[in-house]
Design a protein around this ligand. Structure first.
Ligand code: NAI
Ligand code: UGA
Length: 448
């Protein structure tokens, strides 16, 4: 047990610093595990929403969990580090680590800002646990700073506990993780983390206890592997296109092999989002700093295959429009980087929509949840109030985010709304037979 960490007299007090996608799920999850939690957020808009028990993002199941615990008083939010400094036994760092502008590396400014604000206020021993995804070696640098800048000095212990939640499954993944990875330097830190995660551990979540660099590498390695799997199946989609094979059946057949598994084998427009793309690049950048060139060679191709998908979709769209852009109306179904979220960070759908618009076509976008975020990052696209409205007078309909709502569309009714019934199903998930039977030209990359 970390010195100063109470055992029987009261439950652990937990601070969660940075409360957007990762942190909001983490804060609500820790409260659900039974702890008193304070979330620290410097963005006023998010802070206000969270304090009212509302998620700052669309995440199924998160609103009720936040409300339950803000109402019970177990969970509250602040921007004031003084409220957590000597209050919390464990501080979880959940701030963003985006890609640095103009470089592949991770931008650690937010992590550094946490140390700037927290370290000078820490006067008693505590455990600081990083959950943000960082380049290997970061935790040791963070430790160095806490030890020199905190009044408690070496009494501030550092651990790293990477998180593997998926957006759209954030609550479930937080409460019932596939595994827990504890990067620790003492038995006391391990014991504290076992206490924090006692509920999922009791449910059977396996725990890997390792050193700090291993914990940092597990996270980068996991995301690099997931990205590789997606690019692998997308490379097979290119083979399928060249041969008349069906990439979905290929994925099913490969996936039945337990050593391969079906997960992350859906071919489509490639991976996007706030994590896989930037984490893959940060991994390459760090490998370069460490002189491990082979990793860069492997992962550079994964990245290239991924972005080639978007270019291919644009090329196919052009072909389906009869090699004309100007005067053509293109419908883009979907703006989020995947279904179940309003996150548009590095979204293939918005990227493709933007490229087609730049070529001179008129692009109409509809997404069930991500319209507000999409409008903010791509204000010049046209946004429709429904899928049917987006399809009016279209010369081409592009299916780019796999929302269940799009599977319910009626191709017979939509045929009357469009100018020409042509569908490019870039997610390979609509019923081709149904659309063809309704008189549509149906194309999906990787399918005959
Ligand atoms: N988005 C996801 O599903 C997952 C993200 N991760 C990793 O978790 C980290 C966070 O990811 P997101 O939540 O997506 O990032 P985000 O950028 O959406 O959220 C970061 C939050 O931290 C706040 N913040 C920044 N500096 C702060 C400070 N000094 N004090 C208090 N708050 C501060 C920001 O205002 C923002 O609300 C990243 O390293 C990411 O790679 C890991 C697993 C899943
Ligand atoms: O580090 C992170 O932030 C998270 O990144 C991903 O989670 P997430 O970005 O929420 O989304 P995924 O479900 O992994 O999808 C990522 C992208 O790959 C695409 N994808 C996914 C699966 C698939 O088979 N094919 C495919 O193209 C999705 O459409 C999406 O654009 C990882 O799956 C999480 O384990 C990790 O914690």
């Amino acid at each position: 047990m970390t010195e100063g960490t109470p055992t029987s007299e009261r439950p652990l007090r937990i601070a969660v610093i940075g409360t957007n996608y990762l942190g909001a799920n983490t804060a609500a999850g820790m409260a659900e595990f039974g702890f008193d939690v304070i979330g620290v957020e410097i963005d006023e808009h998010r802070l206000k929403l969270l304090s009212d028990g509302k998620a700052p993002l669309y995440e199924p199941g998160l609103d009720p969990l936040l409300k339950k615990h803000t109402d019970s008083g177990r969970l509250r939010f602040t921007k004031d580090y003084h409220e957590i400094a000597d209050w919390a036994d464990v501080h979880f760092i959940c701030v963003g680590t985006p890609q640095t502008e103009g470089s592949d590396s991770a931008d650690l400014a937010q992590v550094n800002s946490v140390v700037d604000m927290l370290a000078p206020l820490l006067t008693r021993p505590c455990l600081v646990v990083g959950r943000s995804t960082v380049p290997v070696g970061t935790s040791k640098r963070v430790e160095q700073r806490f030890h020199t800048e905190a009044p408690a000095g070496a009494g501030v212990e550092i651990a790293w506990q990477p998180e593997f939640l998926r957006e759209a499954h954030g609550v479930d993944d937080t409460l019932h993780p596939d595994r827990l990875v504890f990067g620790v330097q003492s038995a006391a830190a391990e014991a504290t983390l076992r206490q924090v995660f006692a509920t999922p551990i009791a449910e059977g979540s396996p725990v890997v206890v390792c050193n700090l660099p291993t914990a940092e590498l597990v996270k980068g390695g996991a995301n690099a592997f997931l990205a590789t799997k997606i690019s692998f199946i997308n490379a097979l989609a290119e083979m399928a296109d060249a041969t008349g094979a069906d990439v979905t059946q290929l994925a099913d057949a490969l996936g039945f092999d337990k050593r391969i598994g079906r997960g992350m084998l859906n071919a489509g427009p490639g991976y996007g989002g706030g994590c896989l793309p930037k984490d893959l690049r940060a991994f390459m950048a760090r490998a370069g700093e460490l002189g491990v060139e082979e990793v860069i060679t492997l992962l550079r191709e994964v990245d290239d295959i991924n972005y080639r998908r978007r270019a291919r979709i644009v090329d196919t769209a052009h072909e389906l429009l009869g090699a004309e852009w100007v005067g053509r109306n293109v419908t883009v179904l979907g703006a989020a980087f995947k279904a179940g979220t309003d996150d548009v960070r590095d979204s293939p759908a918005l990227d493709v929509a933007g490229r087609i618009q730049l070529h001179g076509a008129t692009v109409s976008v509809y997404d069930p949840e991500a319209m507000e975020n999409a409008r903010r990052v791509r204000p010049t696209l046209r946004y429709a109030a429904s899928a049917a409205e987006a399809c009016e007078d279209a010369h081409l309909v592009l299916h780019l985010t796999e929302w269940p709502e799009f599977q319910q569309l009626d191709p017979v009714a939509l045929k009357d709304a469009v100018s020409i019934p042509v569908l490019l199903d870039a997610r390979l998930s609509l019923d081709s037979a149904q659309w063809r039977a309704a008189g549509w030209t149906y194309r999906a990359p990787g399918k005959p």
